[in-house]
Design a protein around this ligand. Structure first.
Ligand SMILES: Cc1cc2nc3c(=O)[nH]c(=O)nc-3n(C[C@H](O)[C@H](O)[C@H](O)COP(=O)(O)O)c2cc1C
Length: 156
């Protein structure tokens, strides 16, 4: 008898420094848990390296600083995602500004994923984020509704 090794758990792995991507990942995990009635592992990719073979459905999220998507997420994406379903998102200042959204999506999603030709995500998005300097909010374009709507449309 053939053993099916892959579990039905979903992974939501994130890299976050100021917390926006972490919070977005929590929202996404909740939506997927309800939608698919499965266990969703919410994992900080900076602290933990999840075993890819344990998942066939994954969401990977990352923040952006100084024009760079956080490396802990990019490192994770270097693996072989063949026959897996992956959704990818970023949280960044640019995507929260309607005038800069297209550019942010291109820079941090399209151009970044072009470095991973074997990764063919089923869904991608760029969300806004938050920035504080010395406790003072510089901008807050975190949009939990947009994040929730995107998660609901992920077709695993
Ligand atoms: C030092 C610093 C540099 C940043 N650089 C960029 C940038 O180059 N492009 C951008 O769109 N947003 C930039 N941002 C905004 C972040 O993307 C935003 O704070 C986002 O919430 C980061 O994700 P995180 O909260 O999960 O760490 C920067 C923020 C900081 C604090």
């Amino acid at each position: 008898m053939e053993m099916v090794q892959i579990s039905h758990r979903i992974l939501v792995g994130y890299a976050s420094k100021d917390g926006a991507t972490k919070e977005a990942s929590g929202i996404i995990a909740e939506v997927l848990k309800k939608k698919y009635n499965v266990t969703v592992d919410l994992i900080d990719l900076k602290k933990t390296s999840p075993k890819l073979e344990e998942y066939d459905k994954l969401v990977v999220g990352a923040g952006v600083r100084a024009g760079k998507v956080y490396s802990d997420a990019l490192k994770f994406l270097k693996q072989n995602f063949e026959s897996k379903k992956v959704a990818f998102f970023v949280c960044c200042g640019g995507a929260g500004d309607p005038k800069k959204y297209e550019e942010a999506y291109k820079n941090y999603v399209t151009d970044v994923l072009a470095n991973y030709p074997n990764l063919k995500p089923i869904s991608t998005e760029a969300f806004g984020g938050r920035m504080k300097i010395l406790g003072k909010t510089v901008f807050d374009t975190f949009d939990s509704k947009k994040i929730k709507n995107w998660a609901e449309k992920i077709d695993f």
